[in-house]
Design a protein around this ligand. Structure first.
Ligand code: ATP
Length: 322
């Protein structure tokens, strides 16, 4: 293998830069030419390639976001777009590609493989931690720490004013950020899309909660079937007119910030393994870390199902929140 390309795609996540750095430096180490494709699949369609070397990834291991930029590409969803992307790879003599992104990015790679034989491997870059085949995705640990830091601050003011705060965190289909973040902040309630009968249960538990509790924090995943923090706050207000209920939507701060140390280490391991996987002839696989070992999962399997959170964790939270 003499020439590879790397790109970041879908929602950005802290640690993508650390992964990119590992891909580029590993390629350089093995005398492989490496190109960065800017703006994800959009750049692949437009031929937006930049030659990278060890210097181009200097001083980025600690930076959030992605220096290669990212995008969601409508054009890549069409055969016409994918045909243009194929022409870009062929024209530039690219023999292997590392895709850093989430489930959509890997679905795109599966679709692309039907018309293009260039091997792809993937590194899971998403704050959602929703891919099968890895214990942790790049961005999840940092996003969790951002949630905890923000909600700890909300707890201070909630406690001072004896308020209930309903805090919405990211997670369209996955409640893992809300679940782990909620346990981490000692939340009184957690609402996630994977658990359907939780709102009545929450109201009942609020009714029975200790009378000497001054603040209450409810974490809601944005994809929960209740429709988000506004709806939940309104409903709690209707059931408990005496409570002072406030809403906070954390939003995009969860995507940014310097990656945690674990993130940097995991991202480096995955990026390094991705290049070696291409050199070994692997393709259409996602690199992951399972039980602290590098693992390989076919894209089709990695995106097929979401990780289902352990229901026991919700029960534990209820016990500990009393
Ligand atoms: P995140 O989990 O952070 O949202 P993601 O990789 O899932 O990241 P998406 O926007 O879902 O983000 O996917 C990235 C891109 O992959 C899409 O914008 C689209 O161009 C491409 N893609 C997704 N699904 C398909 C598909 N079925 N066929 C072709 N391309 C696809």
């Amino acid at each position: 293998m003499k020439k590879i390309a790397v790109f970041t795609s879908g929602g950005d996540s802290p640690g993508m830069n650390a992964c990119l750095r590992a891909v580029v430096r590993t390629a350089v180490h093995h005398n492989i030419e490496v190109y960065g494709i800017r703006f994800g699949y959009e750049g692949m369609i437009d031929g937006d390639l930049v030659r990278m070397n060890a210097k181009s990834v200097a001083n980025i291991i600690h930076r959030g976001g992605t220096i290669l930029k990212t995008a969601r590409s409508k054009r890549f969803l069409t055969l016409e777009g994918r045909t243009l992307a194929k022409a870009t790879l062929e024209k530039n003599g690219i023999e292997g590609v590392v895709a850093i992104g989430g489930d959509g990015t890997f679905r795109g790679a599966v679709e692309f493989s039907k018309i293009c034989a260039v091997p792809f491997v993937g590194c899971p870059g998403t704050i959602d931690n929703d891919l099968l085949g890895t214990d942790i995705t790049i961005g999840y640990d940092t996003a969790l720490n951002t949630v905890v830091e923000a909600v700890d601050k909300i707890r201070d003011t909630a406690e001072s004013h004896s308020r209930v705060f309903v805090v919405e965190v990211m997670g369209r289909d996955s409640g893992l950020l809300a679940l782990y973040g909620g346990i981490g902040v000692g939340a009184e309630g957690i609402l996630i899309p994977e658990s359907s009968q939780d709102l009545g249960n929450l109201v009942e538990r609020l009714r029975q909660s200790r009378s000497d509790k001054h603040s209450k924090i409810i974490l809601v995943a944005e994809g929960d079937e209740t429709g988000g923090a506004m709806n939940v706050g309104q409903l709690i207000g209707e059931h408990f007119p005496d409570l002072d209920v406030r809403i906070s939507v954390l939003g995009h701060i969860q995507r940014g910030g310097a990656p945690s140390c674990m993130e940097r280490v995991n991202a480096s391991r995955m990026g390094h393994a991705a290049v070696e996987a291409l050199m070994q002839g692997r393709k259409q696989e996602m690199i992951g870390i399972k039980n602290n070992q590098v693992s390989f999962t076919p894209f089709e399997k990695a995106v097929k199902e979401h990780i289902v959170p352990d229901a026991g964790l919700l029960r534990m939270m209820e016990v500990l929140a009393h």
